[in-house]
Ligand binder design. Structure first.
Ligand code: PMP
Length: 415
């Protein structure tokens, strides 16, 4: 623990919960227990107010007008970029590209970097527990360019088999693309080692951080990764905004992803020259309010202290794991030693959709299905799971409610 880190007790969860208006409501006559944070997180008033202020007072386009509102909007938009840079410890704002979300960030890299730097026969190495958005863009690239997708296996605890991963890092590997944290099962991937192994062979690494940023400290310089993607809405910010971090020298060498306004320096019918980073990758009017909201979300999380969040959630996960393990007929899927606060499970004889529906009647929001990670479901021989995914505003009492709810589901189905 570093010297400036404060004790765990400093995360005052009941005070923090007050910042999230949506948590304080009843659903089907029961207090809401929101355990679907891997799908999207709730928003604090700091975020709602920042968006409200933009639309009430500062609404204007950015980088264009000389008038006061446009200057205010541009300032707020660019300050948000600085908040993102600070939050992930990037070197410069030029490395921070606003995109729609993780999905668009990965598609940007596949289209821009992939089509300009990769060729037929090159391999893209991923893991067996990726979200579809870190699989399908690479398959599209394979169709276009002739690259090949290779997946490194995971063990029965849903941990990456590092030796197997390293064995697949061969002479044809041209890019590694892995999740930082698995959305379906919660595994925290050994990204530091993955980056080291890949860089030893001069292979760049993209990390899908969609599920990491709300749980763990992310320092792109310490990780040494080449690209890092995440979505605003999974880190207490708005939907429709996300980040592609890219190392400046790499982004510099990549062609634009989309053409249009703001990404150009000059246009004639004969020749167009492109704007500097990061604007080269931000064609068209951006999601200005979204970026401002995301900046507010990251500032909020920084004030709370991401290390406190990690510590608190570790305790919550241990408590929830023990509770669920004590339920007869429940099988936890995903038991990695390094795990973020996700509890994915199946109940003997009851379909996950039925579990989710009954829990909803009790006011408990969980996700059921394949979680956009069908290959990992196939690996564990299940079509779907029920997933309770936690955030720092969840409590042990809510996990007690979940466990009670699951027992009620079992009674309902008389198992
Ligand atoms: N990767 C992971 C690990 C995710 O959990 C998600 C969202 N479930 C995505 C990518 C895609 O994120 P988005 O839909 O916000 O683009």
């Amino acid at each position: 623990m570093s010297a400036e880190r404060k004790p765990v007790l400093d995360l005052d969860v009941s005070a923090a919960r007050k910042d999230f208006p949506a948590l304080h409501q009843e659903v089907h006559g029961k207090p809401l227990v929101y355990l679907d944070n891997a799908a999207t997180t709730q928003k604090p008033t700091a975020v709602i107010d920042a968006i409200d202020r933009f639309y009430r007072l500062d609404c204007s386009n950015v980088h264009r007008g000389v008038h006061e509102l446009s200057e205010r909007a541009t300032k707020a938009f660019e300050e948000a970029r600085t908040s993102v840079k600070r939050f992930i410890n990037a070197r410069t704002e030029r490395e921070i590209v606003f995109v729609r979300g993780t999905t668009e960030a990965i598609n940007l890299v596949a289209n821009s970097y992939g089509r300009s730097h990769l060729k037929a026969g090159d391999e893209i190495l991923i893991s067996a527990l990726e979200h579809h958005s870190n699989i399908v863009p690479w398959q599209l690239l394979s169709d276009q360019v002739g690259t090949r997708l290779v997946a490194a296996p995971i063990n029965d605890d849903a941990e990456l088999m590092l030796e197997e991963f390293e064995r697949r890092l061969g002479p044809n590997t041209a890019l590694v693309a892995v999740a930082h944290v698995s959305n379906a099962l919660g595994t925290v991937m050994p990204v530091q080692e993955i980056v080291r192994m890949a860089h030893d062979r001069n292979v760049p690494v993209l990390i899908d951080g969609a599920q990491a940023v709300s749980h763990l400290r992310v320092d792109v310089r310490e990780l040494g990764c080449d690209f890092y993607a995440f979505s605003g809405h999974k880190v207490f910010g708005p939907t429709g905004i996300g980040i592609l971090y890219g190392r400046e020298d790499l982004l510099d060498r990549m062609p634009p992803y989309q053409g249009g306004g703001d990404m150009i320096r000059s246009v004639t019918f004969e020749k167009t020259t492109y704007n500097e980073l990061p604007y080269k990758f931000e064609a068209g009017t951006p999601h200005i309010a979204g970026a401002i909201g995301l900046g507010a979300a990251l500032d909020y999380l920084s004030r709370l202290g991401i290390d406190h969040v990690t510590d608190y959630e570790r305790g919550l996960l241990a408590y929830g794991t023990e509770l669920l393990e004590s339920i007869r007929g429940l099988r936890l899927i995903g038991t990695a030693r390094e795990k973020a606060a996700v509890l994915s499970f199946v109940l003997e004889g009851i379909h996950p959709h039925d579990v989710g529906t009954v829990l909803d009647r009790l006011g408990i929001a969980v996700r059921t299905g394949h979680h956009c990670a069908q290959p990992v479901m196939a690996r564990f021989g299940v079509p779907a799971t029920t997933r309770a995914s936690l955030a720092f505003y969840n409590t042990k009492a809510e996990l007690d409610a979940l466990a009670d709810g699951i027992r009620q589901v079992q009674q309902w189905f008389k198992l």
